[in-house]
Write a protein that binds this ligand. Structure first.
Ligand SMILES: *[C@@H]1O[C@H](CO)[C@@H](O)[C@H](O)[C@H]1NC(C)=O
Ligand SMILES: *[C@@H]1O[C@H](CO)[C@@H](O)[C@H](O)[C@H]1NC(C)=O
Length: 453
C-alpha cells in the first residue's frame, strides 16, 4: 500500500469511456489492425509447427538400410529422431519377463551391408530406454560445480536419458594412504588424483550394484542431437565386431564379452595388426576433417572418405569424457588400477589395460568420437575444477568434434525447433543424400586386382 495507490489501473472506467468517445473510423482501423496481428500470429504458429526440415539435414539416412529392396524409412526416421531429443521410453520391466512379441513397426534399426546383420527388436528397444541401453548412466561431478550439473541435466533431459551422480572429489582431499600402491612423492597432482578417484568410484558402483553394463560421462560431455541413432550404429558395430551369433539376442544391446567401449575421448588407436573394422560411410555426424581435434594417435582414416566413422578393437584412448564398462570390465579396473600398484592419470591406466590385455581386457573404440568436451561461454577459468583454466572471457561456447552439438542447440531443442538446429561448421558439413552404409572389413587396403570376377 502507499506508493502505488495513486496509479490508475488500466481497467479504470475513465480509459474505457475515452475509447468509446472516439470516432467510428478509429474503431474500424483498430479492428483491421487486430485482425492483421491475429493473422500474422497464426502464420508464425504454423511456421513453428513445421519442425521436420532438420531431420533431413541431421538424420540423412540414419535408420535406413543399404538394401535397395528394404523400405526406406523416411518418415520413420523423422519419428525416431524426434525421439532422440524428446521423451524417454517408459521404464521397462525385466527383459526376461517381457520379450516384446511384436516390436513397434516404426522401429527400424541400422543394417550391416546388404542385410547381413541387423539389431534384434529387443536390442533396439533397449537402446531407446532411459539409460541408453546400458544398465545405468552415471555423471561424474564435483559437487561444488553445480553449474556443470545444471547443463548436464538440461542436455540429458533433451536427449531423453536419466543419470545417477557420482560425486567427484578434489585430489587434495584423498589421503596418501588411500592411493593405489606406493606414491613416491607427495602426489601434488590434485587433478590427476581427483580424476582417478572419480573414475574408480564409477567402476566401484558398477561392481557393487552388479550392473551388467554402465556408461559414465564427465560433466562437460557433449554429443550430437542424433545421439541415439548413433548409439544404434555403435550397437550394431560392437555386435558385429564381437561376432555375435546372428540368431541370438545378446544380453546387452551392445553385445556381450567386451570390457570397455570408449565413446568419448581425445585420441584413440586400434589394436596393432588387427584390421577388423566396422565402417559407417556417409554419416552426416562425422566431424569435418579440418575440425578433428585430438591429442594423440588416431586410426588411419586414409582408406575412407571424409564422412566415415569406424569402430575397431582398441589398444586405448586418451581422455575419459565417456566410456562404458561391463561388470567384468569394472571388476578388472578395480583390481588393476586400485588394488594393484597404479599411480598415474586414469586414461593412461585404462589405455594400459586396453593395450596390455592382461587378464583378457577387451576394448572397443570409435573414431571420430561421438562424445567430446564442451567449453561453455563465460569465464575461461570455469573449464577445470582445479586451478585456473585461463583469464579470458569466452563470448561463445563450443564443443570439440561434435557436429550438431546438443549444448550449442539447447535453446532451440528446448523449444522443439528442430528446423533451427545448426552444425558447428555449417560450411563444412556436407549435405549428404542417402543412407549411412555400413560394412565389416578385415583388410585395410584391399588389393582390388585380387578380386574374383
Ligand atoms: C535399458 O536396457 C538395458 C539393457 O537391456 C537394461 O540393462 C536397463 O535396465 C534398461 N534400463 C531401463 C531404465 O529399463
Ligand atoms: C576431405 O577434407 C579435406 C580437408 O577439408 C579436403 O581437402 C578433401 O578434398 C576432402 N575430401 C573429399 C573426398 O571430399
Amino acid at each position: 500500500m502507499g506508493a502505488f495507490d495513486d496509479i490508475e489501473s488500466p481497467r479504470s472506467p475513465t480509459i474505457y469511456s475515452s475509447m468509446l468517445g472516439r470516432g467510428l473510423g478509429e474503431a474500424r482501423r483498430r479492428i483491421v489492425l487486430i485482425c492483421l496481428i491475429a493473422f500474422f500470429l497464426i502464420l508464425t504458429l504454423v511456421a513453428f509447427r513445421r519442425q521436420d526440415t532438420i531431420k533431413d539435414v541431421v538424420s540423412k539416412g540414419l535408420h535406413r538400410t543399404t538394401d535397395a529392396t528394404a523400405p526406406v524409412a523416411t518418415s520413420d526416421t523423422k519419428t525416431d529422431l524426434k525421439e532422440d531429443v524428446s521423451k524417454p521410453d517408459p521404464p521397462k520391466s525385466e527383459k526376461t519377463q517381457t520379450k516384446p512379441s511384436t516390436p513397434p513397426t516404426s522401429m527400424k534399426g541400422p543394417m550391416l551391408g546388404n542385410g547381413e546383420r541387423s539389431l534384434a527388436p529387443e536390442s533396439l528397444q533397449d537402446i531407446h530406454n532411459s539409460s541408453l541401453g546400458f544398465g545405468k548412466v552415471f555423471v561424474l561431478n564435483v559437487p561444488a560445480r553445480s553449474d556443470k550439473l545444471d547443463a548436464m541435466k538440461l542436455t540429458s533431459s533433451l536427449t531423453g536419458f536419466d543419470f545417477d551422480i557420482i560425486e567427484g572429489i578434489n585430489g587434495k582431499d584423498v589421503p596418501k594412504k588411500a592411493l593405489s600402491g606406493v606414491w613416491k612423492e607427495s602426489p601434488g597432482q590434485g587433478g590427476i588424483i581427483g580424476c582417478w578417484r572419480g573414475h574408480m568410484e564409477f567402476a566401484g558402483e558398477v561392481a557393487r550394484r552388479q550392473l551388467a553394463t554402465a556408461i559414465v560421462m564427465e560433466d562437460d560431455a557433449d554429443w550430437d542431437v542424433s545421439f541415439r541413432s548413433q548409439l544404434e550404429y555403435i550397437a550394431l558395430g560392437s555386435q558385429t565386431l564381437l561376432n555375435t551369433p546372428k540368431d541370438t539376442v545378446p544380453d546387452s544391446p551392445y553385445g556381450d564379452g567386451w570390457d570397455l567401449i570408449w565413446l568419448g575421448h581425445c585420441a584413440s588407436q586400434p589394436d596393432d595388426g588387427d584390421n577388423r573394422r566396422f565402417v559407417m560411410k556417409n554419416d552426416p555426424t562425422v566431424t569435418p576433417l579440418r575440425h578433428r581435434t585430438n591429442y594423440g594417435g588416431t586410426p588411419d582414416m586414409s582408406p575412407y572418405d571424409n564422412s566415415t566413422r569406424i569402430m575397431y578393437f582398441s589398444k586405448g584412448s586418451t581422455c575419459t569424457y565417456s566410456y562404458a564398462l561391463s561388470l567384468h570390465g569394472a571388476r578388472k579396473m578395480l583390481k588393476w588400477l586400485s588394488m594393484d600398484i597404479y599411480s598415474g592419470p586414469i586414461d593412461f591406466g585404462l589405455h594400459d589395460m586396453c593395450s596390455k590385455k592382461e587378464r583378457g581386457f577387451k576394448c572397443l573404440g570409435v573414431f571420430p568420437q561421438i562424445i567430446a568436451d564442451h567449453k561453455p561461454a563465460g569465464a575461461g577459468n570455469k573449464d577445470t575444477d582445479i586451478g585456473n583454466g585461463g583469464d579470458q572471457i569466452r563470448k561463445k561456447g563450443f564443443s570439440y568434434n561434435i557436429v550438431h552439438s546438443t549444448r550449442m542447440n539447447a535453446d532451440v531443442l528446448t523449444d522443439g525447433q528442430m528446423d533451427k538446429v545448426t552444425s558447428q561448421w555449417p560450411d563444412e558439413t556436407p549435405n549428404l543424400k542417402g543412407p549411412i552404409i555400413t560394412e565389416f572389413t578385415n583388410d585395410l587396403h584391399p588389393n582390388t586386382d585380387d578380386k574374383m570376377p
